[in-house]
Design a protein around this ligand. Structure first.
Ligand code: NBP
Length: 470
């Protein structure tokens, strides 16, 4: 028996993907740098299944039907290069290599070039859904050689999460299109998570609500316009009690959030592109500040604040908090999709944003009922500059921006930080303002650096000797 596909990297993702693929009728060959891990898998979860365990790269390559189709699921960065260095010389023209990890898109471009020089096909594949998704149906975002995608289309369509509009996998374009889309997906994920955390903080510190009471609010919101995976797991987290102490586990967890890189990369890429993604950026910075635990503890005794108790009617606040959260979540998708639109234009991906929304509808961390109207808006207007300009988001802004203003105002009055919500509001306020104060910034730039400016009453480029005028 020859395997139809091979998986390299038998950690969480690789094991579960291999089992998912085999379960859909495709024999799989597996390999891991450390043989012990492969052996454990072979004797455990892979036992009795059509999974060929191999212990050298040569053995692995020999176990595959041609053209070979290989999915690499190792730690992003140098480990991918180390693996490719060993693998490439063993392959033949027309074989396909896929990197399914969270690789930086620039690395994917470079590796794709190296594969191309050897006559190999290469795909950068973003896979979302974590351990459970990998086993039961992830969301798969592929980019690179289209012929390569055709070699694995059937496998991907069988293993991907079944969405309301087809399997949640897709080919998004040449080069690093797949990894770029996955990176921005993660940026949106950061922004939604931060928004939810801010709502939790306002309810907890501001209203003195218990985890069970807050779980009830998230349960209610999850049935409404913004329902989705992150709201669903938040409810479950808030209800979970630590078996040892009987306390809500969430309250026993240290308040320093980790970040693995994709949220940061998404923000860096937005800055490089010159596209505004402030809510995603604020979510990254919020995690960075959270990691300053000792400094925060020290500063809490030095820098005075305000009483976090909001002193407002709980029912009214929660009602209006919904609007604030809803608009902030829309802002996260709006900024991410705008970044993809701009990246596609600059990098030649030819992205169809409605197709991106379709692939995010199930299996991935940012799956949400919101993606149904998002997809429709993008089908109606593929080059939509910003989600807020289309229905139902324009009306949502109309209906809820007062709530976002009210909630963030109260949060500020009581010293509870809400950077994601604040930035979502400032972003839309700036976007809808015809005349911003950037005229003064231009004047300052010209004053100290002779950077020149344009006028609104005359054509041309101008410089003023400001000192002389003064
Ligand atoms: P990890 O990211 O924890 O990586 C562990 C794997 O990388 C092991 O197979 C390990 O082999 C291998 N590896 C390392 Br470390 N250094 C290596 C090297 N120099 N040469 C060859 N192999 C090396 O695994 P994961 O959590 O399964 O994630 C795999 C990829 O999927 C990552 O890019 C991750 O960001 C992405 N991802 C993960 C999730 C998730 O929920 N975990 C979700 C979505 C995407 P060893 O056994 O010999 O040490």
């Amino acid at each position: 028996m020859r395997a139809q596909i091979g998986v390299i990297g038998m950690a969480v993702m690789g094991q579960n993907l291999a089992l998912n693929i085999e379960g859909k009728g495709f024999p799989v060959a597996v390999y891991n740098r450390t043989a012990e891990r492969t052996r454990e898998f072979a004797e455990g979860r892979a036992k009795g299944r059509r999974i060929i365990s191999t212990y050298t790269l040569e053995e692995f390559v020999d176990a595959l039907a041609r053209p070979r189709r290989i999915l690499i699921m190792v730690k992003a960065g140098a480990p991918v290069d180390a693996m490719l260095e060993g693998l490439f010389p063993l392959l033949e023209r027309g074989d396909l290599v896929m990197d399914g990890g969270n690789s930086h898109y620039a690395d994917t471009e470079r590796r794709l070039g190296e594969a191309e020089e050897r006559g190999l096909l290469y795909l950068g594949v973003g896979i979302s859904g974590g351990e459970y998704g990998a086993l039961c149906g992830p969301s798969i975002m592929a980019g690179g050689h289209r012929e390569g995608y055709e070699l694995v289309r059937e496998v991907f369509e069988r293993i991907a999460a079944p969405g309301p509009e087809g399997p949640c996998c897709g080919y998004f374009g040449p080069g690093s299109a797949g990894h770029y889309v996955k990176m921005v997906h993660n940026g949106i994920e950061y922004a939604i998570m931060e928004t939810i955390a801010e709502a939790y903080d306002l309810m907890k510190r501001g209203l003195g609500m218990s985890p069970d009471e807050m779980a009830g609010v998230f349960s209610d919101w999850n049935k409404r316009e913004l329902g989705g995976y992150l709201f669903e797991i938040t409810e479950r987290i808030l209800r979970y009690r630590d078996p040892g102490t009987g306390e809500p586990l969430v309250e026993l967890i240290l308040d320093t959030a980790k970040q693995k890189g994709t949220g940061k990369w998404s923000t860096q890429a937005a800055l490089d592109l010159g596209t505004p993604a402030p809510t995603i950026a604020m979510a990254v910075f919020a995690r960075i500040i959270s990691a300053f635990k000792d400094e925060r503890a020290a500063a809490s005794g030095v820098l005075s604040g305000l009483d976090p108790a909001l002193g407002v009617d709980r029912g009214e606040f929660i009602g209006r908090l919904f609007g604030a959260v809803y608009l902030s979540v829309i802002a996260a998708y709006a900024q991410g999709l705008r970044q993809l639109r701009d990246a596609s234009a600059e990098r030649g991906y030819g992205l169809e944003l409605a197709e991106v929304a379709r692939v995010w509808m199930a299996g991935c961390i940012i799956r949400s009922v919101l993606l149904v109207p998002i997809r429709k808006a993008l089908l109606d207007e593929p080059d939509l500059p910003l989600l807020f300009l289309a229905e139902p988001f324009r009306s949502a802004w109309e209906e809820y921006h007062g709530d976002l203003r009210w909630v963030t105002c109260i949060a500020r009055e009581h010293g509870i930080p809400t950077p994601a919500m604040d930035s979502a509001l400032a972003f839309v306020d700036a976007y809808r303002t015809e005349r911003l104060p950037a005229n003064l910034i231009q004047a300052q730039r010209d004053f100290f650096g002779a950077h020149t400016y344009q006028r609104i009453d005359r054509e041309g480029t101008f410089h003023t000797d400001w000192e002389a005028v003064a």
